[in-house]
Design a protein around this ligand. Structure first.
Ligand SMILES: Nc1ncnc2c1ncn2[C@@H]1O[C@H](COP(=O)(O)OP(=O)(O)OP(=O)(O)O)[C@@H](O)[C@H]1O
Length: 300
């Protein structure tokens, strides 16, 4: 696997405002790399430096072995960037938009095939498209130059759950064609579902880079076990177990939190006391809980 993007100690200010303090990461060929963080964390500024749209104040960026500023023309051909919503004229038809954008590239993708693959109506005017269709069109435009890398910023913001899932399936299809994808998001579920690796960015700094599962492990996410005992139970028996961090009663339910040993340990206590666990539910915090734990901040 080869490295296609290298960002080393990137620093970027807008006047006095530090947007990106110190960001480093690498992206490997063929992966879906997520840049995840709360509003204002510096995600967009970081990818704009990768795209050559902003001049860093410090650090180094290399994309496909190119310097995004010096080699901007070649980079533009090889890196597809998602168009921000609402930038196309209302009266432009979908097919016209794709044909127009295809004409900007020396070796564009087949726009008719792209149109078909993305399920877009060629004859519809931009203004008449649904939110999901507009989003698919912006993805199509990011892919029209047949890029090696596609940078997708806030891919599914504003989409309903079904359109969001459709878009995710689409992105997996794009990756299957060999395109490396950089995905900027503040949706945990999206990162968890799509990304091979994720950089958590907070206040202009990388908190950690790992797989979604690795992030959850790192944060040593608590298990949460909830059940209704088949008969009265002395909760002190559970509270004294090693690994248990809390036992609470919620109506007739008992909620136990702790590390990954608690489920087995609680079950053993119940069995010893001939109690069965009714309405049993076990939950494990995912990436969202990891984020909160690693940054001590909630996502919007
Ligand atoms: N053109 C600009 N001029 C001045 N400040 C800016 C500019 N662009 C961004 N900023 C500020 O820099 C910081 C980082 O912004 P950036 O857009 O990179 O963050 P982000 O993580 O992408 O946030 P969001 O999820 O809200 O898009 C924010 O505090 C933002 O207000």
């Amino acid at each position: 696997m080869s490295t296609v993007i290298e960002v080393h100690h990137l620093h970027k200010r807008y006047g006095d405002k530090v947007a990106v303090d110190d960001v480093s990461f690498t992206v490997e060929q063929g992966e879906i790399f997520g840049i995840l963080g709360p509003n204002g964390a510096g995600k967009t500024t970081t990818v704009e430096c990768v795209e050559g749209l902003r001049t860093p104040d410090g650090g180094a960026v290399s994309v496909l072995g190119l310097d995004p500023l010096r080699d901007r023309a070649e980079l533009t051909r090889r890196v597809g960037v998602q168009l921000q919503a609402g930038l196309l004229p209302d009266n432009l038809r979908v097919g016209e938009a794709l044909e127009l954008y295809a004409s900007f590239y020396p070796r564009p993708a087949d726009w008719r095939a792209l149109l078909h693959d993305l399920g877009l109506p060629a004859k519809s005017r931009y203004a008449a498209l649904s939110g999901g269709q507009k989003q698919r069109l912006s993805i199509a435009l990011a892919l029209i130059g047949d890029p090696d890398i596609a940078v997708l910023d806030e891919l599914t913001t504003g989409l309903d759950p079904q359109a969001r899932r459709d878009t995710w399936a689409l992105i997996e299809g794009v990756r299957a064609r060999g395109v490396t994808i950089v995905l900027v998001t503040h949706f945990m579920e999206e990162a968890e579902r799509l990304c091979d690796r994720v950089a958590l960015i907070d206040a202009g700094r990388v908190v950690v880079v790992d797989t979604p599962a690795g992030l959850a492990d790192r944060a040593q996410i608590e298990q949460r076990l909830q059940f209704r005992p088949s008969r009265e139970l002395d909760v002190a028996l559970l509270a004294d177990l090693p690994g248990v961090t809390g036992v609470t009663r919620r109506g007739e339910l008992i909620v136990v939190t702790g590390d990954d040993t608690v489920v087995g340990a609680v079950m053993a206590v119940l069995a010893r006391n001939q109690i069965t666990a009714e309405r049993l539910r076990v939950e494990q915090g995912g990436l969202e809980a990891a984020f909160v734990q690693l940054t001590r901040k909630d996502l919007p």
